[in-house]
Design a protein around this ligand. Sequence first.
Ligand code: KIV
Length: 266
Amino acid sequence: MVQKININTIRKYKTEKEKFSVLTAYDCYTAKYIDEAGIDIVLIGDSLAMVALGYENTNSVGVEEMGIFTRAVAKGVKHAMVITDMPFLSYHSSVEDAVKNCGQMIKFGANGVKIEGGSDYIISVIERLTQVGIPVMGHLGFTPQFLNQLGGYKIQGKTEETTKEILCQAKKLEQAGVFSIVLEMVPENSAKYITENLKVPTISCGAGRYCDAQVLVSDDVFGKYPEFKPKFARKYGDMGKLIFDCAKQYNEDVKSGKFPSAEEIF
Ligand code: KIV
């Protein structure tokens, strides 16, 4: 029987100063390979709006779509913790709606949810979700669902004052019951200070080397998303080229009559 990673494993990583890894996935078999590679948390990021659905930004994706991808990913994962990123407006209108929409993801196989922000309202949502047994990953710093409000993809926590503000929100999130917090696009020294002052682990998304964990979008890691590569992402492969080469060869083989061969027919 496979031992599944859970919030206790994640808490233990922090106390034992052991780094852990988070990677996004959007379909069953990518999730399976990621899981088999030993990734600790598989995140169905709302980044799927851009990298899987071709939308302009993450705000366009809805709760139904996130549900479809959650079901697929959960089917492929045996060992990692599966977290669904709750999309824009799926937890904002009321605590009741938040519980309903987040609860639906748990029914689809997620082991927890990620929600953005640190306002008093978000704190009340986190409290309620954890009360009903839904583990919550927080998300502070640059929060993509606030893109219009923040006025673009801007680094957050550049000054002592703004770093302290993020830490203050992070402490409230911790108090409300989150099991981890993503820090996105925060300068390394600010993220270090925040990390050292929290009991829950921080997960860096472009927040440097001193966070307790790292997260990246898998399509950036695999070299599949061609539109944009953030400075903090590392490309480990060229899946775009692999797909192109395979499709090109197949096209040529079909048109030249090399496919199918005698072994590939009934
Ligand atoms: O949507 C996403 O993939 C994310 C992570 C990169 C943190 O929010």
